[in-house]
Design a protein around this ligand. Sequence first.
Ligand code: AMP
Ligand code: GLY
Length: 428
Amino acid sequence: MKILVVGGGGREHALAWRLAQSPRVDQVYVAPGNGGTETASRLSNVNLTEPHALATFAQDNQIAYTVVGPEAPLAAGIVDIFQDRGLKIFGPTQAAAQLESSKDYAKAFMVRHHIPTAGYATFTDAQQARDWVSQQGAPIVVKADGLAAGKGVIVAQTVQEAHDAIDSMLGEGLFGTAGARVVIEECLTGQEASFIVMCDGKTILPMASSQDHKRLQDQDRGPNTGGMGAYSPAPLITPALHERIMREVIEPAIDGMRKDGIVYTGFLYAGLMIGPGHDATRPLKVLEFNCRMGDPEAQPIVMRIRNDLATVFEQAVNGQLDPLAIDWDPRTAVGVVVAAPGYPDQVQTGDNISALPQDTDSCVTFHAGTSRQNGTLKSSGGRVLCVTAIADTVQQARDNAYQAVEQVDLASCQYRTDIAWQALSESV
Ligand code: AMP
Ligand code: GLY
């Protein structure tokens, strides 16, 4: 069969790479793809991004089903467009994707369905927002309402910093319409984890747990990014916590959607803040919902899938998901993002990538912001690569990933040197 993967980042490279390993798959098309998916065996790029054009491509090329990676096409209604044309696609509808595309919608949804989350208020008026912050005090969190590629969140340590964030979003239009409304939240503390599930409308299939590193620099310093590295599993998510997350967050979210008249299909990602204490009682709150897999969480998660991913998605698009369909590799996978200079602000692109580590069964370089120009591989985006290794221990997986990162020949780049530090401090 032929499969279409929509997107062009590391997550989509990882999904396409694993799908192409299925003996049932002849070809995986990636739209628009990147410099890695362009040349990999049984993968090919399709230079399309517009949803109607993608639907026509799927129709003309007898695509068995389409898997959507990023949030933007989901928010634009790609699933609705495909379904209207009778095409199979895995992802949430535009209405369901509001869980990610509007933070205000997501917060009201959580309150309505008793899903634990930080207290909040929403504003469109800068002065009212500033007054609220002055009243509440710092630390406090200011979030652009709409999609801002993981960068529209300011965890303000002072009232002044929060006022500046409000002014840049509501006053100066830093995030355009995405920031024309802001959500101001109580600041939570604890450890973060990403909990991702697949849902076919009724059955939920949990992915392995994972943890992202959102800050640019080591020791969680610097600005928030789309994610600088991830690992799976996250030792923090014990079986007891897994069970609580399903019961307190995931099931109420899927049921809540149904009560609101929306059948949820696709990936559902809960970004969680987990406070101190015993697993049975420690605070567990949702920071955000995403309506897709995480990037870079997908890279280590997908690396741990041992069975035929093409069949899992086929079951999902046919409403026949099996909650135990994935055979997880018990080892740990660690992915280190190699980013371009200037990321996440003014990104420098167009640098030659002259050497990459050799892919092996246990270490793969997933491409993100790369493209080929006249056969030469160049950087073309903020996050350039995600080098992902799997091994018996966290330490070994991390060492292998960093050894491979050393072999990347990219004139200038930046990466964190402490990916998976939390897992290392928790494992023996
Ligand atoms: P979000 O896009 O909502 O997940 O926010 C990005 C990052 O900002 C999260 O991964 C957290 O590190 C941080 N963050 C978001 N909301 C809060 C909050 N209420 N309290 C503390 N940190 C937060
Ligand atoms: N890595 C976080 C995200 O994909 O939103």
